[in-house]
Write a protein that binds this ligand. Structure first.
Ligand code: SF4
Length: 239
């Protein structure tokens, strides 16, 4: 998926890996995923969103993503700067917005878990399939028999359909069964049914093969998009 979003960034990430940073959106998303899994098992209680946010921040110092430096002399300079951020947590919005996001996510988790009423399911399960010499894989948020669920803790986005379709392809290649998909949005409480058919999965497969061939041929073109403004490699990218 990351090659499809931007082949050039996929290349940079492998050649110049950056130190792992703490991103508030990621940590809040992670927390809400786990909260939702517990809600499905009926194991949660209402928790104060402010307290959760404080716990997520921990001892890290909040820093706004807008204040991150983006003008580096070279790659070493950039890597050393990112290493210096190990005691920080990076925020893309105000702290109160994260509290609100946690609060919404908790409330909707309870409601959605009740509607789905799943008994037999697995969470965060890895599944692998082979196409030619390549292994494709994905971590499925929730799987219940032939249903696959993709959990989203932010707003609705069209490309989430593609992500789910990619997982549906892996599921099909592994089990020879076309799964039913569901996109679950914890912020607005929506559950969107996504149906796949054989022709759609064949198209996704062709797309995946093109991507795999691109990687094999070391073809990494830049894909200029709105993602560029969040890309740490933009200072060396000729997009
Ligand atoms: S700046 Fe944009 S085009 Fe360049 S690598 Fe990053 S995401 Fe890709």
């Amino acid at each position: 998926m990351s090659y499809k979003t931007c082949p050039r960034r996929y290349y940079y990430e492998r050649i110049y890996p950056l130190p792992q940073l703490r991103y508030a959106d990621f940590e809040v998303g992670n927390y809400l995923h786990n909260y939702f899994y517990s809600a499905l098992k009926g194991e949660v209680e209402i928790i104060d969103a402010n307290e959760i946010w404080e716990k997520i921040k921990g001892d890290s110092i909040p820093i706004s993503a807008k204040d991150l430096e983006d003008n580096f002399q070279d790659m070493d300079d950039m890597i050393s700067y990112y290493s210096s951020l190990s005691d920080k947590i990076i925020l893309w919005r105000e702290e109160k917005d994260y509290v609100e996001k946690i609060k919404n996510g908790i409330e909707n988790s309870m409601k959605i878990a009740k509607v789905l009423d799943l008994n037999d399911f697995n969470v965060e399960k890895w599944m692998y399939a082979k196409i030619d010499d390549f292994l494709i894989y994905g971590r499925f948020d929730i799987m219940s028999e032939n249903d696959i669920f993709e959990l989203k803790t932010g707003g609705e986005r069209e490309d989430y359909y593609l992500q789910l379709a990619f997982y549906a392809l892996i599921f099909y290649l592994k089990n020879y069964i076309i799964p039913r998909g569901k996109l679950v949005y914890l912020q607005n409480g929506k559950i969107i049914d996504v149906k796949f058919n054989f022709n759609e999965l064949s198209e996704i497969m062709e797309d995946v093969i093109k991507v795999l061939e691109g990687i094999k041929k070391e073809n990494f073109p830049a894909n200029k998009s709105e993602n560029c403004k969040f890309c740490p490699y933009r200072f060396i990218c000729d997009y």
